[in-house]
Design a protein around this ligand. Structure first.
Ligand code: HEM
Length: 123
């Protein structure tokens, strides 16, 4: 009789352990998914319409963004774009697509090389 009780007890323990193990595996799967979503959001790979880009005019505390060839650059901390205006170029205002204008500028597109890229402009 003692032996039978011991066998039944061991069986119960095995079943209990198996059930707990299964639950842990499911939890891990959910956690991995959440982390991946956060990483994508922090890359700053935003897509702007021309209208949305217009909000980044560098005025009233807004950041200053400009688009060239479909790429959106951050000029917020560029001295020549202080207050969202490009003084040397007669006061061009940030928040617009300047693909054509920059071709006519004496400096060309070299000035874009070190700027932070925020995202792209929707076609
Ligand atoms: C995205 C668009 C940009 C456009 C369309 C643009 C356009 C122009 C134009 C037309 C001029 C000439 C003004 C004149 O000769 O009367 C100019 C001058 C200048 N720009 Fe820009 N610019 C842009 C971005 C930048 C950036 C990002 C910087 C700095 C990081 C910069 C720095 C300068 C400087 C220093 C001058 C005066 C000296 C020079 O002619 O090289 N520009 N810009």
């Amino acid at each position: 009789m003692k032996k039978l009780l011991m066998i039944l007890g061991s069986l119960g323990l095995v079943i209990l352990l198996a059930a707990c193990g299964g639950e842990e595996a499911t939890d891990e799967g959910v956690e991995t998914e959440e982390v991946e979503t956060e990483e994508v959001e922090t890359e700053g790979d935003q897509v702007f319409t021309l209208e949305e880009l217009g909000e980044y005019d560098g005025q009233d505390g807004n950041d200053a963004y400009v688009a060239v060839d479909g790429v959106v650059y951050d000029v917020t901390n560029v001295e020549q774009w202080a207050g969202g205006e490009h003084a040397p170029a007669g006061g061009l205002v940030a928040g617009d697509d300047y693909t054509e204008e920059i071709e006519k500028a004496p400096h060309g597109t070299d000035v874009l090389e070190d700027l932070p890229i925020v995202g792209t402009l929707e076609e």
